[in-house]
Design a protein. Structure first.
Length: 146
């Protein structure tokens, strides 16, 4: 029987996550929990439903750098902030809505913490209306439909 007030620890040898500490339901991650990677750093901290990321959570890389902070739905990004960690420090960030883990819906794009684009995204790409802001100057242009 599931007890919402108990914390469980699992050594998960079937995935790259070695340790899960959190709540379970029917032997699946359910409720609040934390996954630790092979380096014993947090890989994910947040909510689960039936073993999937669902609700508020944070994903970290192997070096404990934040990758995503926001809402998940059925193991996919739903709404939040995604950090580009290819560069140190990360200088490109997206904050907004997602569909199928791609930018989709309204979002903001930041370069070195400065808003450079605010508008609609479709399937990971900027939609046909562009508003850019750089060095305090706004640029707007409608991109012609093809």
């Amino acid at each position: 029987m599931f007890n919402q007030n108990r914390i469980y620890a699992i050594n998960d040898k079937n995935t790259k996550h070695l340790i899960y500490i959190g709540e379970l339901l029917n032997n699946k991650y359910h409720g609040y929990g934390v996954l630790y990677n092979k380096n014993q750093n947090i890989q994910y901290a947040g909510y689960f439903i039936e073993g999937m990321y669902h609700g508020y959570g944070r994903i970290y890389n192997d070096n404990f750098q934040l990758i995503f902070d926001g809402l998940f739905m059925n193991n996919e990004y739903s709404n939040g902030k995604l950090y580009n960690l290819k560069f140190n420090p990360p200088f490109l960030e997206y904050e907004g809505e997602f569909v199928n883990n791609k930018y989709n819906g309204h979002g903001n794009l930041y370069f070195k913490g400065v808003l450079i684009y605010s508008g609609m995204f479709v399937n990971g790409l900027i939609a046909n209306m562009v508003r850019l802001e750089f060095d305090g100057v706004n640029y707007s242009e409608k991109i012609p439909d093809e």
